[in-house]
Design a protein around this ligand. Structure first.
Ligand SMILES: *Cc1c(COP(=O)(O)O)cnc(C)c1O
Length: 386
């Protein structure tokens, strides 16, 4: 049986008519950059995220970068974040010449351990960038508490968490900024790169709109140095066409996660399952923790099951950040997660039979490790001969 990690063709087949029509409409108008389609998408995503303003941008990475730029963060500044994330979070900070200051993660949720933030705050700290990893929000009460105490800005990296909730509040709506990615593999994916910033602050929204167009307002009069961070109309049209389906897809991802829970429970395997610590985990990824992760991944690959390691090298050990002079062992929870976790297929179209097959393959792998069959065992040719 074949179970890919993600099957976007299945999703497209189900909504082809709407997506094709949305793209065709943009082609008809030939209005490709910003414009009414982008504004419509901004309103819809902001409302979905319980925010007043949405600013469409070129990617989730540029969303993070633009927020830091809007706060004039640069050389001499420090930004607190997690080392266990996609590169873009720490990358945005470093690109502006600021220092990413890492705080280790919570073992159960893989999100930044908020109880460790306060000890990393210095006179140079300007912002905190929590990441809502795998679709579950970080402990935002604690993050906002530290931020308020020290006057810090909070930029939520919600690239994996659109629609996730913490105490009834949506991802992106609690901090000063929320950043989404419409990279195709995210829960709400475009037909290429795209992203959005949401905020409840009108002055910040205005500044971001200016920054995304090279800081000009009006055209050719540059108030500040921005970049080309614009969202294009085709991406906005695709996102708008898909948004009405998002809650249904999320419900199916949650059901898939629950089904894995039941299957793993029945099989009674030494596998740590995701911990649900918030109201609404949207399962951008379903990540298990298991001994022998690399061997399991190749075993599953041979069985036709697609998996992924998010992320094999935490940020503090990346070559490009060697100048920060972090050693192996500096952030043990992040390093442990990097070594032991594996994402299983959880996309909405995974069938019962596919999920059962995935768990059965994992059961097989673990049974073989515990008790290799004589066929698998390396037995010397003369062993046991009397
Ligand atoms: C995907 C992702 C990003 C970057 O989004 P792009 O749209 O690919 O630039 C940033 N942070 C996290 C946590 C992500 O998963």
């Amino acid at each position: 049986m074949n179970v890919p990690l993600l099957d976007l063709k299945a999703q497209y087949a189900a909504i082809k008519t709407e997506v094709d029509a949305a793209i065709a409409e943009v082609l008809q108008t030939q209005h490709f950059i910003l414009g009414p389609k982008v504004e419509q998408c901004e309103k819809a995503v902001a409302a979905y995220s319980q925010c007043a303003y949405g600013i469409g941008v070129s990617s989730g990475s540029d969303a993070l970068l633009a927020c830091l730029m809007a706060e004039n963060i640069g050389p001499g500044d420090e930004v607190i974040t997690t080392p266990y994330t996609f590169f873009a979070t720490a990358g945005a900070i470093a690109r502006l010449g600021a220092v990413p200051v890492f705080v280790d993660i919570d073992r159960a949720t893989y999100n930044l351990d908020a109880s460790r933030i306060a000890s990393k705050v210095t006179s140079r700290t300007r912002a905190i960038m929590p990441v809502h990893l795998y679709g579950q929000m970080a402990d935002m009460d604690a993050v906002m508490g530290v931020a308020a105490e020290h006057g810090l800005v909070v930029i939520e990296d919600a690239a994996q968490a659109i629609g996730a909730e913490y105490k009834g509040r949506r991802a992106g709506s609690i901090g000063h900024y929320g950043c989404f990615s419409f990279f195709p593999s995210k829960n709400l994916g475009a037909a290429g790169d795209g992203g959005m910033i949401v905020t409840n602050d009108s002055a910040r929204a205005d500044k971001l709109r200016c920054l995304r167009g090279h800081g000009s307002k009006p055209k050719y009069f540059h108030k500040m140095i921005g970049g080309n961070f614009r969202l294009d109309a085709i991406q906005a049209a695709v996102v708008s066409a898909k948004l009405p389906y998002l809650d249904g897809w999320t419900a199916t991802r949650q059901r898939n996660a629950q089904r894995y829970g039941q299957l793993f429970g029945k099989a009674n395997l030494p596998v740590a399952l995701p911990t649900i610590a918030t109201d609404r985990h949207i399962f951008n990824q379903y990540v298990i923790r298991v001994a022998g992760r690399d061997e399991l991944q190749s075993y599953l690959k041979n069985k036709g099951v697609g998996t992924e390691v998010y992320y094999p090298v935490p940020m503090h050990l990346q070559e490009c950040f060697s100048y920060l002079e972090h050693r192996q062992g500096a952030f043990p929870e992040s390093e442990g997660a990097a070594n032991e976790t594996l994402a299983l297929p959880v996309y909405p179209e995974v069938t019962d039979a596919q999920a059962e097959y995935v768990v059965e393959c994992i059961r097989e792998f673990i049974a073989r490790r515990a008790n290799p069959s004589s066929a698998d065992r390396k037995v010397p040719a003369v062993a046991g001969v009397q």
